[in-house]
Design a protein around this ligand. Sequence first.
Ligand SMILES: [Ca+2]
Ligand SMILES: [Ca+2]
Length: 155
Amino acid sequence: MEWSAWSYRNDLNMEHSFEENDEASEAFPIAYQTTYTTVISSATDLDWYKYTPTSSGIDRVTLTVPTGKNYDVFVFDSTMKQIAAGSNGTGVNENIIFEVNAGQVYYIEVVGVGGQFSTLTYGLTVNKLSISSTTTYQYDSNGNITGKTTVTTRQ
Ligand SMILES: [Ca+2]
Ligand SMILES: [Ca+2]
């Protein structure tokens, strides 16, 4: 067997990598802290995503929009009730927070306002907006506390 040189493709078309996802029933499953980059490819293209939080709390959805475009983002609970909306104006990224319950499915819809679309990509990210702190105590050889360290983490 011969090894050939590595080759790279520059023409990979990732534009439709999460399609078909034009309806909630076709929503593409996403994970926290991952940016999903794709396009609204036509005036009728809708992009649906879904995820299931493993812990209750406050989540944040960020949508970076193509220059000069107005895309909005909506969040729905498992009963398809809208619980959050990001509807900033043209060229402005969306950034919304909402309360989630563990084990429930949440749906996210990305739309081009008034049928806007672009060959330029948008980026969608979901993060947990939680703050946790851990305090560690230091002891001397007699077991007395000599100090403490508190580390606060915002995810
Ligand atoms: Ca779509
Ligand atoms: Ca918008």
